[in-house]
Design a protein around this ligand. Structure first.
Ligand code: FAD
Length: 553
């Protein structure tokens, strides 16, 4: 294996981006959670099954007080305080464990979004970038669930191009006056605090804005196609008065607050996508066993078994990527002393460490959810297309996960752009391949770099194909290494999933490489990868059917 340079230019010793160089050491996986951690995950899972799933129709109707009471109950169990440092009143758990707990709470999209935003991007800017005074003022209310939080970056004319935001923050004698409209704000109906991004003379700046501040109002609910139980509305700031001490981090450096909250947010969003994907697989397996056609349960048909197996294999790969990233994030955050005066700077660098893994993890997990929701509906046939069965809701709720926290297009462009600008593609030119998938990726990078150099970022198709290859490489590696580490039935299931996923990813990698070579005038380059012929389908489908869904929690 080649020596691994510091690929993202982050603090020495941290490991974001290492997978691109074939590095697979110290890979964290869900099997490594200890018994106490598992108990917490099971408690979260059982909370979601017992408290949330029975009231989905009432949640979607936005019954008064219901969502707030569920979020408060989850907070009383400590779920919103998992990862905040103990110094701030949190439990100081690892981000991997907090994320596994979030995944277990995420069987329904509306609850997941509401709770995930509250415990995530609405809180992390205060934990990472807030002064001691701001932490003391707001975290006790947010961690306990007494208050709900929201994150307000998007505007009517600024979505993907988030830094073109128009909300203004003008200086007053003792603070700022904010004017503008924030759009699509999750939790707006219920939140008492909003992390708001506005433009001062120095540039984009982050503030904590209370609902009760003069000049703050919330618009009516958007009529959405899914996530009907979650609140999404505009936040109107009409000369809203915000005290000076509510500025987060540094004036003009709010983009760092915004993007690092989103780095962690995307890492979490992968877990929030796996929750409903797990629910979809559960319903698909149950229905396939019970529904008979041609005198047999449809679970006996090869094409139904193949759907279940492919969904489970992709889920396994997504889950392997997510918790491997969790290990990287934890490693980075463990280097930071929360009591140090420069903690915000160190937290910023720690959050940047996982930027690439978080983006590809978000894209991959939300596309895993898309596959699982779609195939679960297909397995239900016509019944899946009605509201009488739970998969229609999962299908509708799933769609937005490919849009928010950076669309999947923007995340694909971001990965290729970052790897170009940080000089990583250039470093990869001398890297030795560790296996045939890695070899195909490296040869594609070389073809693109030799033909276009840094200009490759102006070719969005090349960018997207290279990002897809990086994503599939991470997925294949993470699933394969995790499977070899695991023992017993979980190990067997994992090895079958990793092998099937390697088949699927091999096809995607070869197609992406062929396109890169073609666009770079190297159409003759070989792209085929070895194949084992999908022999693992039956073993995986049997495990999914026997467990009534994805078998690992
Ligand atoms: C239910 C819901 C909840 C949300 N919650 C929040 C929240 O709590 N806080 C918040 O701040 N925001 C929130 N958002 C906003 C969300 O983050 C944005 O919708 C998202 O970033 C996309 O922005 P947009 O909708 O303006 O689409 P646009 O940016 O207009 O994009 C439209 C299309 O063009 C593509 N596109 C745009 N630029 C490029 C490019 N350079 N290259 C290639 N393709 C491009 C996009 O991928 C997309 O397909 C939420 C949105 C929804 C729907």
């Amino acid at each position: 294996m080649s020596a691994m340079p510091d690929p993202t230019g982050a603090t020495q010793g941290l490991r974001g981006g290492a997978f691109l160089f074939g590095e697979t050491e110290d890979l964290f996986s869900p099997e490594q959670f200890d018994a106490d951690s598992r108990l917490m995950v099971e408690t979260a899972y059982s909370f979601c099954k017992k408290e949330v799933l029975p009231v989905l129709d009432r949640l979607d109707a936005q019954e008064d007080g219901l969502m707030e009471s569920l979020v408060r109950k989850a907070c009383e169990l400590g779920f919103a305080a998992c990862e905040a440092p103990e110094r701030c009143g949190g439990l100081g758990l690892t981000k991997s464990l907090a994320t596994r707990i979030l995944e277990a709470l995420s069987l329904n999209g509306s609850f997941s979004t509401t709770f995930g935003v509250h415990a995530g991007i609405a809180q992390s800017p205060i934990v990472l970038f807030g002064s001691d005074a701001l932490r003391e003022k707001y975290l006790p209310h947010l961690l306990s669930g007494e208050w709900m939080g929201a994150y307000a970056l998007s505007e009517p004319n600024s979505g993907s191009d988030a830094l073109s935001l128009q909300t203004k923050a003008e200086r007053t004698a003792d603070g700022y006056r904010l004017t503008g409209t924030k759009m699509w704000i999750s939790n707006a109906k219920w939140a008492q605090t909003f992390i708001v991004f506005a433009r001062t003379n120095e540039g984009v700046t982050a503030f904590v804005v209370e609902r009760s501040f003069p000049g703050v109002t919330v618009g009516p609910e958007e009529h959405k196609m899914g996530l009907k139980g979650s609140s999404t509305a505009r936040l109107e700031l009409e000369g809203a008065l915000v005290p000076e001490e509510n500025l987060l981090y540094v004036e003009g450096e709010g983009h760092r607050v915004a993007f690092n909250a989103l780095n962690l947010g995307r890492f979490k969003l992968a877990a929030m996508a796996l929750g409903p994907a797990r629910a979809a697989l559960h319903h698909a397996a149950q229905y396939a066993k019970q529904r008979k056609q041609f005198g047999r349960p449809i679970s006996e048909f090869g094409l139904i078994r193949e759907k279940l197996a492919r969904c489970a294999a992709m889920f396994y790969a997504a889950e392997s990527m997510l918790y491997r990233t969790g290990g990287i994030v934890d490693h980075a955050f463990q280097q930071v002393d929360d009591a140090a005066p420069d903690r915000a700077e160190k937290y910023r660098r720690a959050a940047e460490e996982c930027a690439i893994e978080a983006s590809i993890g978000k894209v991959f997990a939300t596309e895993t959810l898309a596959l699982c929701a779609d195939e679960a509906l297909q397995i239900h046939g016509g019944y899946g297309f009605t509201e009488e069965f739970p998969v229609a809701r999962i299908y509708r709720d799933a769609r937005v996960t490919r849009i928010y926290e950076g669309t999947n297009e923007i995340n694909r462009i971001f990965v290729a752009t970052r790897l170009t600008k940080k000089g990583v593609f250039q470093q990869l030119l001398d890297c030795e391949a560790t296996d045939e998938c890695h070899d195909l990726f490296l040869r594609s990078v070389r073809a693109a770099w030799e033909t276009m150099g840094e200009n490759l970022i102006s070719d969005q198709q090349i960018c997207a194909r290279l990002s897809d290859m990086a994503m599939n490489l991470y997925a294949v590696q993470s699933a394969a290494v995790r499977a070899t580490q695991a023992t017993g039935p979980q190990g067997e299931f994992g090895r079958a999933c990793a092998a099937l996923w390697r088949e699927q990813a091999g096809v995607a990698l070869a197609a992406a490489a062929a396109e890169v070579f073609g666009r770079c005038g190297k159409a003759g380059e070989p792209v085929s990868l070895s194949s084992s012929g999908g022999k693992d389908v039956d073993a995986i489908a049997t495990a999914v059917l026997e467990s009534d869904g994805y078998p690992i929690l």
